[in-house]
Design a protein around this ligand. Structure first.
Ligand code: FES
Length: 266
């Protein structure tokens, strides 16, 4: 699923997290060195790395939050994972802000601060592990380019109508899909050998986004665990999904493709 916060399809969040990771771990390492030899330059370096880490974490959080809202598929296992990832990182950011403020209080035992930093570094690794799962397993931020399927294609349609224009008749190549957001739903318009089809962008297994998968011969495959669905009638062609996906009526007329938003095919 292509990131919403990207530069030429390179997601910003994984680029920016390198900075707080390096700065917070660096701050912890220099504080350990200070505990061993009491050299004030180590303490000073740790303090400034700590501040740099807080700034870097705030900057990294912005595209991360954008992706949480708009890239991670709703009502999916990845959404829950992303929520945990975000909460851990937010809590950790507050912890490191508290450490910066407490470092100004020279009366406090410095070992307590270093212990707090150790906890923060452990949380960093746990949150980072979840983030890695979101990228390497759930493919959040991945922009696949399947043969003949064209580039990522997405459109937001603002309308209360039930019958909406979703594409020009020649807009999609064979086996190409387009994700349309309309009426609070995520619906994929797909061009198969049998013509146009419209179906829900929600895999019934664990909520994977089918728009990030591949379609061939009228069958779409979920990118998460490989469930396959017939794009015209929504039936399951291969598990692990057991329940079919919702499909919608589409009509081609006057050189355009129209979607009946509320009429779900039975
Ligand atoms: S979410 Fe598991 S196969 Fe789609």
């Amino acid at each position: 699923m292509r990131s919403k916060a990207n530069i030429k399809s390179h997601p910003l969040h994984p680029i920016l997290i390198c900075f707080p990771l390096a700065f917070f771990i660096g701050s912890f390492v220099f504080d350990i060195l200070f505990l061993f030899n009491q050299n004030p330059s180590f303490q000073n370096t740790a303090y400034h790395l700590n501040i740099a880490g807080v700034i870097g974490a705030v900057l990294a959080a912005v595209p991360g939050f954008v992706d949480f809202l708009y890239t991670v598929p709703p009502e999916s296992s990845a959404k829950k994972r992303a929520a945990k990832h975000g909460l851990l990182n937010t809590g950790n950011l507050l912890l490191f802000i508290a450490i910066v403020l407490l470092k100004r209080n020279t009366a406090l035992d410095y070992k307590i601060l270093v212990a707090m930093e150790a906890i923060g570094v452990i949380i960093l690794f746990i949150a980072g592990w979840l983030g890695g799962t979101l990228v390497y397993r759930n493919q959040i931020g991945v922009d696949p380019r399947y043969a003949d399927a064209g580039k990522w294609n997405e459109e937001y349609v603002n309308t209360n109508d039930n019958f909406i224009r979703v594409a020009a008749a020649n807009e999609l190549k064979l086996n190409q899909m387009k994700l349309v957001h309309a009426g609070g739903k995520r619906i994929i318009i797909a061009h198969s050998e049998k013509g146009y089809a419209a179906f829900s962008d929600h895999c019934t297994h664990k909520g994977g986004s089918l728009a990030g998968g591949a379609m061939i011969c009228g069958t779409v495959q979920c990118p998460w665990h490989g469930s396959q669905f017939n794009v015209h009638d929504g039936s399951v062609s291969a598990g692990p999904a057991k329940k079919g996906i919702e499909t919608y009526n589409v009509e081609e007329r006057d050189g355009a493709v129209f979607l009946h938003l509320k009429e779900i095919k039975k």
